[in-house]
Design a protein around this ligand. Sequence first.
Ligand SMILES: *Cc1c(COP(=O)(O)O)cnc(C)c1O
Length: 411
Amino acid sequence: MKPIGPIPPEFAVQSGMLTIGGERADALVAAHGSPLFVYDMGAVRARIARFRAAMPAAVALHYAVKANPHPAVIAGMAPLVDGLDVASAGELAKALAVKPAGAISFAGPGKRDAELEAAIAAGATLNAESAGEVRRALAMGERLGVAPRLAVRVNPDLELRGSGMKMGGRASPFGVDAERVPELVCTIVGAGADWRGFHIFAGSQALDAGALVETQEATLALAARLADESGHLPPKVNLGGGFGIPHFAGDRALDVERIGAALGEALAASALTAAGTAYAIELGRWLVGEAGVYLTRVVDRKESRGETFVVVDGGLHHQLAASGNFGTVVRRNYPVAVAGRMGEAGGDEDGGEASVVGCLCTPLDRLADRVALPPVAEGELIAVFIAGAYGLSASPVAFLGHPVPAEVVLG
Ligand SMILES: *Cc1c(COP(=O)(O)O)cnc(C)c1O
């Protein structure tokens, strides 16, 4: 028997049936079909309220659209956050539909000329990833007769300790090495561009508040040093994000209140703050990850050489991360449950140990590996939690040619 991750506390249960945003999982599937992604904007609003209460008022909140680019999620998010961070012209177009260009920033390597043009023409901020990109953006601005809004993404000489995905302190396709930044800032300002400041992202999926506090302090110090060395004040410093959420057994929720208190002190002590620099934090998964559930119906239940397999109509083509094939080294179980048997014990004689496998012809397609499940029959629903971020849009949906599942955004 292998453990599962913690089921997020957001969800209520109605006579044994999981409810999402107050609606029964079985009713949602009856209305929209299976498999189904359900995103609860009520849970997202509660997250944002918690962020606002915990963080210094001076820190703006940006949503990193790639975590969940569903148009209704972006639209629901737009009035609640101060900015949208995008990483492609496609995301930029979605963001521009719901937020003024001045509140949108565009990061990511390999921005094509058409993407630079779309951002500059609209007036979105480009987080430049290289000197070459700055050169192309300046040329594009000249062609369009617009001063491009340019920030520099810094490849920091620090890294986020304990983060699931390290982004700093090494050679990287992302950002400009810190030691080369001052000269580039001078080029940008000298060319008459609209200088927007620094974007410093040191890592993702950290659950250790102490590590995030350390990283934010180091990020602030780096921004101040780069400002000094370049001789130009950054109007804004995007401090990155990296707030993680529990996925696996033993993971603990992040103490954002502790981070907020420490950041308040660090900002108060920074010379940049006194000089008028504004700050932002950009978050993806922490805002939306736990607000989403993937529901998939049991098609078959079979025994093979002493093991039980619960075969569902979904799989890794929709929810790759839960199968352990999206950036994890060791496969561990996401939180899963039988949606109509919440609170029933698993692992007893009636239920016992089972693996939940998807409908794809590959042994990779396993949504839960040897977990305790209550007895579950054909036609019942399995809920896979933590499906609100890096779910459908980060999965190989064309693989094996099954239909694209519906996504429902509640509240
Ligand atoms: C993907 C990304 C994010 C969001 O990461 P999460 O772990 O979902 O919070 C933030 N900033 C940048 C630059 C990114 O590429």
